[in-house]
Design a binder for this molecule. Sequence first.
Ligand code: ATP
Ligand code: MG
Length: 478
Amino acid sequence: MFAKFRKTEGQPPDRPAPDDEMNAPTPGGSPQSLIRPPASRLTESPADSKDKKRKERLQDLKIELHRALLDNLNLAALEKATEHDLRAEIQNIAGETLDQMGIAVTREERAQLNQDLYDEVKGLGPLEALLKDESITDILVNGPHQIFVERRGRLVLTDVTFKDEKHLLRIIDRIVSAVGRRVDKSNPYVDARLIDGSRFNAMVPPVAVDGPLVSIRKFKKDKLSVEELVRVGAFTEEMAAYLQAAVSTRLNIIVSGGTGSGKTTALNALSSFINDNERILTIEDTAELQLQQTHVARMESRPPNVEGRGAVTPRDCLRNALRMRPDRIIVGEARGEEVIDMLQAMNTGHDGSMTTIHANSPRDATSRLENLIAMAGITMPIKALRSQIASAVNVIVQTTRLQDGSRRMTSITEITGLAGDVVSMQEVFRYQRTGISADSLIVGHFTATGVRSHYAERFRLWGYDLPAAIFETRGDRS
Ligand SMILES: Nc1ncnc2c1ncn2[C@@H]1O[C@H](COP(=O)(O)OP(=O)(O)OP(=O)(O)O)[C@@H](O)[C@H]1O
Ligand SMILES: [Mg+2]
């Protein structure tokens, strides 16, 4: 258990640099105008025009060399060639071609060209370096000439580009065919998991209007642990102790949040509190969770194939999971008709289950549950529906991506029952924003709201007797 309840002081060490903030308003705009210009979106390294020209020249050169390579390489032998042989061959052909063209390049440029050519032939072209870069978490391609990446919570435009649409399409095709999928005019989008576990989504023209769109959420081998999340300021040690009690005493928990707000990360961290002797079944669209326990059975739902057959929905997985003697069920994201089975499972002995949901507040999360059930075509009186939600869900954890790129657990809210036909809830912890710093960082602190947990007695009976001080408001936390 979390023994120490020291004040969490200081802010996350690696908060985004203040220089290229995207969304946050700039305090103290010009005195003449009340309307502030939008914060500028800077490129990662604003290349000066000379640098840019040189890059363009190298890019053209690379295309020439690539053509020469394709003419000279034995493509059939390529598959079997070792990396060493292939690199040597590329170096030779590129060297010869450069000599023939009479072009001088520096040693670094030559090394870079060779690497880029290798990536082009064997890997994912311009995406290869971004995929290898550990500091990048998301890659977002908007057509061939615009690639954004997310680093430490910030979106930045890179100077990496594809030559043209055809080039980008070729790389997309290489990625999806490696995982047995296809994308073209008649199947214009694909959602897949790459071999390294990264989540990949692509959409091609004509549905994508300005050229192919790609989003990659890179697979993080080392998921952020509870300790790390406390350290970076995602939540406090007190909140962690509360969550540990909630998970250990088998409350049903929903992690609610916007896109990319850290829901899966939070779910993964919560799951670390599950006892190692429990049998856990996980159901995901894309297997992202990394559970540390021994007894874990993982399921991945599957979209229909090109002929529209063979789909295995999350609901199919969930129904099957219930027959597999689970101690706990974890559904990666509740976003469809599986919600009804999930609530029923939570209500009928599969307590201690967890899932995530796309919603902007705990109250919205319950509305979203209602909407999902309505969309699944299930009609039931609103009071019955809410009563089902109120008795199934115990705790809602809200994750938020703040404007400065940081992710925080902005609320822990308990569902306490039904008052009339309204689901009643009480917030136990919240992130209190107090302002914005001169360099556009969010200023605030976590605080308990002062209410005693609805589950305090349950926690005590299960041996998680949390000190009353955890629930006391203290305005001085930072
Ligand atoms: N507290 C945090 N501090 C820093 N980075 C975080 C934090 N929480 C999550 N991240 C990072 O943010 C990215 C998005 O996290 P995650 O996948 O958990 O979000 P999500 O809400 O599940 O996204 P989606 O809506 O796409 O499923 C990941 O790269 C993750 O490593
Ligand atoms: Mg997620």
